[in-house]
Design a protein around this ligand. Structure first.
Ligand code: GLP
Length: 241
């Protein structure tokens, strides 16, 4: 594992944006695995800036997002599709047909999960996967568990995740209770994986995941099975590592 200590959120974002930009420059038709949440917002802003200044062309890039809430339509302002549109896709020259997010409104989530795995397969897998980390160590929406899910699957969100994400909704009752998420197996198969973390509230889970035992009860710890893993965090998030 390589750890990059960034001075602050801005420097962490610059590091991740530069990694993504160089991947796109090297392979214009690359497949990016993208995350939502507050952590990558600054990274997406920098990518938009680079695109607007003419330095970054997304015309051939393909993206697959990690997860989506069940029951939120694409135009709901808390859906992850909406997040991706407003934070990135609407501001760059990506072909909408090349952007993939699980469909949280699918009638049969099991069919949607299988379809999503097939999409990733047909794209030839993920070149660069960006990850945030939940306070309980979740990646995507792979919550702590006794088993390691391989492919895309339906999850019941933990109370802790529902509470953590309630800040984005009018009330906790409005937070969806389920999500569709890419599996840990798929994430681990990405050709490069970058975990981002920012803020003192992530310090304990960063320590548990990257210095404690490797176990599915702390999903992010499994990423250490990849010796080429990159962790980039700001000083506050890495303070206990
Ligand atoms: C969310 C997402 C994750 C994200 C995590 C952390 O629930 N499903 O993909 O990494 O929680 O979010 P944040 O970056 O806002 O701390």
């Amino acid at each position: 594992m390589k750890v990059y200590l960034a001075e602050d959120y801005q420097e962490m974002s610059r590091f991740a944006a530069n990694l993504i930009a160089s991947r796109v420059a090297l392979r214009p038709e690359c497949v990016l695995g993208l995350a939502t949440g507050s952590t990558p917002v600054g990274t997406y802003e920098l990518l938009v800036e680079q695109h607007k200044s003419g330095k970054l062309d997304f015309s051939k890039v393909k993206t697959v997002n990690l997860d989506e809430y069940v029951g939120l339509p694409a135009d709901h302002d808390q859906s992850y599709r909406y997040f991706m549109q407003t934070n990135l896709f609407d501001h760059i020259n990506i072909d909408p047909a090349n952007t993939h997010v699980p469909n949280g409104m699918a009638e049969d989530p099991a069919v949607e999960c299988a379809r999503y795995d097939q999409v990733i397969d047909e794209l030839g897998g993920i070149d660069l996967q960006i990850l945030g980390i939940g306070h309980n160590g979740h990646i995507g929406f792979n919550e702590p568990s006794d088993t390691v899910p391989m492919g895309t699957h339906l999850v019941d969100l933990t109370q802790r995740t529902i509470q953590a994400n309630a800040r984005f909704f009018a009330s906790e009752a409005e937070v969806p209770k389920q999500a569709i998420t890419m599996g840990i197996g798929t994430i681990m198969s990405a050709r490069q994986i970058v975990v981002m973390a920012s803020g003192a509230d992530k310090a304990d889970i960063i320590k548990a995941a990257f210095a404690g035992p490797v176990m599915p009860q702390v999903p992010a710890s499994l990423l250490r099975l990849r010796s080429d893993l990159i962790l980039v965090g700001d000083r506050a998030a890495l303070s206990k590592l």
